[in-house]
Design a protein around this ligand. Structure first.
Ligand SMILES: [Zn+2]
Length: 271
């Protein structure tokens, strides 16, 4: 297959299957009108498993229902730093119950973007949830916006914890520190943008066994679809970008990243 040797531009041309989208918000209202069609397109594009990390407690129930009805969807539960206000008094108990049927705890972390509230509250919720994950032996799905240094320092207080830093955009040194602590790095749509030079240069040389691929749909749409909603069927475009940057066949990137996801989230054993 000569297109493999030359580094395929478009993975849609390849006989890909068994892809794993390690981060997709299928519970978001953006998919309410056509969730089944989105899932069919993902399947046609070779995406066989999707990790769906919660971000707000408001959607926990319907996330649970979606994953129950659609084979290949795997939930993670947690409270995202921008949605802490949605919590009720029982949130920790509810979360603990839901986590008995989850592949990870997330999406959790710190967000220091413009106008984000309550840094102290964010830190408290983050460490509470990291402690839960450590106690339950669950991997964590981490969000770090303008806060990667603090997230890395916080993780040092939870030895043995594993997980993925989703939508990684830090430096090579930060990547190495995370990898040394046993964390994986999630790469998504940002990678497909030619202007993301530092990220692309870093992604080209990171160890393959430390990488996951993700769409973060409905957000972070790949470069080829400006101004539109992202969806898991586009995962192959991220894999194709990564393949091109690393001068590696797309099929190999697909296989390694899928294996990394299977291992981190224990998907072989998941219900
Ligand atoms: Zn996310």
């Amino acid at each position: 297959m000569p297109f493999l040797a030359s580094g395929a531009e478009n993975v849609a041309d390849l006989p890909v299957h068994d892809l794993i989208d390690s981060h997709c918000h299928l519970d978001d209202a953006a998919f309410d009108d056509d969730r089944d069609a989105v899932l069919r397109r993902a399947e046609t594009a070779g995406v066989c498993k999707i990790i769906v990390p919660a971000y707000t407690l408001k959607y926990w129930d319907r996330l649970k229902e979606s994953c129950r009805h659609h084979p290949g969807l795997y939930p993670a539960y947690g409270v995202h730093p921008l949605y802490l206000g949605d919590r009720d008094d029982q949130w920790e108990a509810t979360l603990a119950t839901l986590l008995t049927q989850a592949v990870a705890l997330g999406e959790i972390g710190l967000d220091a973007g413009d106008g984000t509230p309550d840094a102290a509250g964010q830190r408290a919720a983050f460490t509470t949830q990291l402690a839960m994950a450590q106690q339950l032996g669950l991997p964590v799905i981490l969000h770090a916006r303008r806060s990667l240094e603090e997230v890395i320092l916080t993780l040092r207080r939870f030895p043995g914890l594993r997980g993925v830093l989703h939508s990684f955009s830090g430096s090579l040194v930060q990547a190495q520190r995370l990898i040394d602590m046993g964390f994986l790095l999630g790469l998504g749509g940002a990678l497909t943008h030619p202007r993301a030079q530092r990220l692309r240069a870093t992604a080209a040389i990171l160890p393959a066994e430390s990488l996951l691929v993700e769409t973060d749909a409905p957000w972070q749409t790949p470069h080829a679809h400006p101004g539109t909603r992202n969806e898991p069927a586009y995962l192959g475009e991220i894999i194709a970008s990564l393949a091109q940057l690393r001068h590696t066949p797309a099929q190999e990137i697909a296989q390694v990243t899928a294996q990394n996801a299977l291992t981190l989230f224990h998907l072989q054993d998941a219900p």
